[in-house]
Design a protein around this ligand. Structure first.
Ligand SMILES: Cc1cc2nc3c(=O)[nH]c(=O)nc-3n(C[C@H](O)[C@H](O)[C@H](O)COP(=O)(O)OP(=O)(O)OC[C@H]3O[C@@H](n4cnc5c(N)ncnc54)[C@H](O)[C@@H]3O)c2cc1C
Length: 296
């Protein structure tokens, strides 16, 4: 196995063009497990650790540009206000050691349906900026996941940055696991309220072949909130609306039975998380989040 160590982004792109089968390694918290267990024996490893720009982030007017290798710990410590859903999700990843190494670029590279960043990215709204020597392109997060552990990257492309919408309202993330730390999600759910556009977005993890949004549930809730004037009057969402939303989230899941849980349990649990998160985020919106005139 050859180890390629580019000193710059341009060198990394050139190396990936020359060796499209080279496996990029950032934190290595997925790659090294696969190599140690002999699940993968690539001819080339492409070490991205000397590339400073992958560890940088920038907070703009509307988006955060998050370098692919920014570790979870940095997201938790520095981007909690701008990216609350992703910061909460980062908290649930593994242990401090893994959170100091692993990042969102690696989570996207692996594209496991159980990856914790995905529901938060889907709910917030994100685009993945990928680049090769041929140029760069932005992939909407919904189009990034193409199958179980598959993504939309071409063999010569690398993930450079993830553009994530700054929170304009409350966000939540939770996952179900057999214990509180070092656990892969049995299933997970993320919710973001977007008062500016009067919409909600969701993300479901580990309950379908890929991370997905519950689009029918979103449409239902968007219509119900609009119809009832909820964004303006800040009333408590009725239990029947919350239940219907949760049922539609459950229906959007397409889980399997596996060692971590049954399909039935996963479908049930994502619905419970959806209902709870709607309650938490809406309470927050009714309290500090709502600035519209007439807010009660
Ligand atoms: C003990 C343990 C516990 C874990 N617990 C969790 C957990 O709770 N939740 C969770 O989501 N994950 C968990 N993981 C998995 C892992 O930590 C995450 O997926 C992490 O985000 C991977 O990031 P990384 O930088 O280490 O990726 P790496 O291992 O370096 O890379 C992962 C994949 O992404 C590719 N890649 C990396 N960077 C790029 C790039 N810039 N462009 C293109 N491809 C790239 C690699 O080639 C590889 O295919 C755990 C892992 C371990 C070992």
């Amino acid at each position: 196995m050859d180890f390629l160590r580019p000193a710059s982004w341009e060198e990394a792109l050139a190396a990936k063009a020359e060796h499209p089968t080279a496996v990029p390694i950032a934190g290595g918290t997925d790659v090294m497990v696969e190599i140690n267990f002999d699940h993968r024996r690539p001819a080339y490893l492409l070490d991205l650790n000397r590339i400073e720009l992958l560890r940088e982030w920038e907070v703009g007017e509307e988006n955060v540009r998050l370098g692919a290798s920014v570790p979870y710990t940095q997201i938790m410590e520095n981007l909690r206000t701008e990216l609350p859903g992703l910061a909460l999700a980062s908290h649930t990843v593994a242990s401090p050691q893994i959170r100091n190494r692993g990042g969102v670029g690696g989570n996207l590279g692996t594209a496991s349906p159980a990856g914790d960043a995905h529901p938060a990215l889907l709910a917030a709204g994100a685009e993945v900026e990928v680049e090769s020597v041929r140029g760069s392109r932005l992939i909407p997060i919904d189009a990034f996941y193409t199958g179980v552990k598959r993504n939309a990257l071409q063999p010569d492309e690398l993930i450079k940055t993830v553009h994530i919408k700054k929170a304009d309202g409350p966000q939540q993330y939770s996952k179900v696991g057999t214990r509180n730390a070092m656990v892969i999600a049995v299933c997970a759910f993320g919710l973001a309220l977007h008062p500016e556009t009067r919409t909600v977005r969701t993300g479901i993890g580990s309950a379908a072949p890929t991370p997905i949004r519950a689009k029918e549930a979103e449409s239902f809730l968007n219509a119900a909130l609009e119809e009832g004037g909820f964004w303006d009057n800040g009333k408590i969402i009725t239990p029947s609306v919350a239940k219907q939303f949760a049922d539609l989230v459950s229906a959007a899941a397409n889980p399997i039975d596996d060692v971590r849980g049954t399909a039935k349990y996963r479908r049930h649990a994502v619905g419970i998380m959806a209902r709870r998160q709607l309650g938490w985020t809406w309470e927050q919106y009714r309290g500090t989040g709502r600035t519209l005139e007439g807010a009660a």
